[in-house]
Ligand binder design. Structure first.
Ligand code: ADP
Length: 264
């Protein structure tokens, strides 16, 4: 799993929530931080055409939580998640994954970080059309250190009966669930989902959300899910709202809605 080591201390950062990265309180169990971002800025282009995608983002993600990043198109959600996932680097600011500073990594270190720690799910499923569901997942499990068997990963997302189907024989929602199985089969510590239901109707989208919810609950995978759909936010532990490259608010859901209760 994480090559972050056992120490989660990050001595160089301020500790706004108490010692050892915890957020404990009288009625809250200890929460360890998987990610800390400080002052993240991302500018695409230069001069008059410069686009300020992130304008100084401070953010924490806690181990095992399901966080929804909510905001309109263009608010910086993908840019933020791509930086946390080691797909991109900011123009300024720092991101820590436990005690690893991702923003100090070179390409090679970022690749290793992604391979060992991060599962991605995007709006479009990107399955290999000539491979079955099982083979699409096995592409990953064949090269992972301690993977879930492909069959187990597919059962977790409700596709135990579809192992030998090709993508063209599956609905959009089923294909996306294969993509979720593929993302989590290497047992990543983190699952990053960018508009996973963006191409789906409400009914099939909910099945995908149920799969993500189950992975989060049963494997304890720290999950951040991007959406512009406010209805989805109710299934999160915390809702982090973005607007114009800034964090516009953070809300904790006292009671989470089960994904199956959502509709839009
Ligand atoms: P969201 O995920 O909330 O839709 P993005 O992070 O994709 O927002 O984009 C934030 C802003 O950055 C948008 O104005 C977008 O057009 C711009 N942007 C994103 N990626 C690039 C890029 N590679 N080059 C130039 N501008 C980009």
């Amino acid at each position: 799993m994480a090559s972050a080591g056992s120490s989660h201390d990050r001595g160089s950062l301020e500790e706004p929530r108490g010692p050892q990265g915890t957020a404990s309180g009288p009625d809250r169990p200890e929460r360890r931080r998987a990610f800390v971002a400080r002052g993240l800025t991302k500018v695409y282009g230069k001069g008059e055409v410069a686009v300020h995608a992130l304008r100084g983002v401070d953010l924490e993600l806690f181990e095992g939580e399901l966080a929804v990043l909510l905001g309109p198109s263009g608010s910086g959600k993908s840019t933020l998640v791509n930086i946390m996932g080691g797909l991109d680097l900011p123009t300024a600011g720092q991101v820590f994954f436990h005690d690893l500073e991702l923003t100090a990594f070179d390409e090679r270190a970022l690749t290793a970080y992604r391979r060992e720690n991060v599962g991605f799910v995007f709006q479009f499923y990107n399955l290999v059309p000539s491979l079955t569901a099982r083979e699409n997942v096995a592409l990953i499990t064949d090269i992972a250190r301690d993977p879930l068997p492909a069959e187990e990963a597919l059962a977790l997302v409700g596709l135990a009966e579809r192992l030998d189907h090709f993508p063209a024989e599956l609905s959009g929602g089923e294909q996306q669930r294969v993509a979720v199985a593929r993302a989590i089969a290497k047992r990543p510590e983190v699952l990053l989902c960018d508009e996973p239901t963006g191409a789906l109707d409400s009914k099939t989208g909910v099945l995908v959300l149920e799969a993500i919810e189950r992975v989060n609950r049963e494997l304890g995978t720290t999950t951040a899910m991007i959406t512009h759909n406010a209805a989805i936010a109710d299934m999160a532990d915390r809702v982090i709202s973005l607007a114009d490259g800034r964090i516009a608010g953070v809300r904790e859901n006292a009671t989470k809605s089960p994904a199956r209760a959502l509709a839009w």
